[in-house]
Design a protein. Structure first.
Length: 171
């Protein structure tokens, strides 16, 4: 059995044993002193209000960094964390986001310790940038164990196949 998570023109089926949330940050005044602290702590532009989705088989805290720093720290060998992070419309059509379409299947070989936002011993990650329906995204996945990433990939691929992205933030 799964639960459907939906918001901001994105939906996904969350399998039993997983938790998911879609978040959109409040706009930040780019001239405020707080803006620079917020921008560096979330790892994305300080003026952004683009949504991001987190799915994991560990509890998700109410407050999470965009790339899941507080969640990633809790992963053990049986855990996986997935983030789908939207970037602004200015990114559509750039080289970084030139791949068209959300990856629907990830292989264990696409995970590497060097693809993590920050190195955590034993973990491995996958990162891909793409444009889907005129919207720019980063898919970021962390497996709690590099040695067990093969056993996690089928969960990730099932989630990826369930994701729907509309052409706007509103369905």
């Amino acid at each position: 059995m799964s639960t459907t998570l939906s918001g901001y023109g994105i939906s996904a089926s969350i399998p039993k044993g997983f938790e998911g949330r879609i978040t959109r940050l409040d706009p930040v005044d780019p001239l405020s002193s707080h803006a620079h602290a917020v921008g560096s702590s979330i790892g994305i532009g300080i003026e952004t209000t683009q949504p991001f989705i987190h799915i994991a088989n560990v509890p998700l805290t109410q407050t999470r960094e965009t790339f899941g720093g507080s969640v990633v720290d809790t992963l053990n060998a049986n855990h996986v964390f997935l983030a789908l992070i939207e970037y602004g419309p200015e990114c559509v059509g750039t080289n970084l986001f030139s791949r068209l379409g959300l990856p629907r299947s990830i292989s264990p070989q696409s995970f590497s310790r060097s693809r993590l936002q920050r190195i955590v011993p034993g973990q491995s990650g996958h990162q891909s940038f793409f444009t889907h329906n005129g919207r720019a995204f980063c898919l970021y996945i962390v497996a709690g164990s590099y040695a067990r990433v093969g056993s996690m990939v089928h969960h990730v691929n099932r989630i990826l196949r369930s994701i729907s992205i509309s052409s706007s933030l509103h369905p």
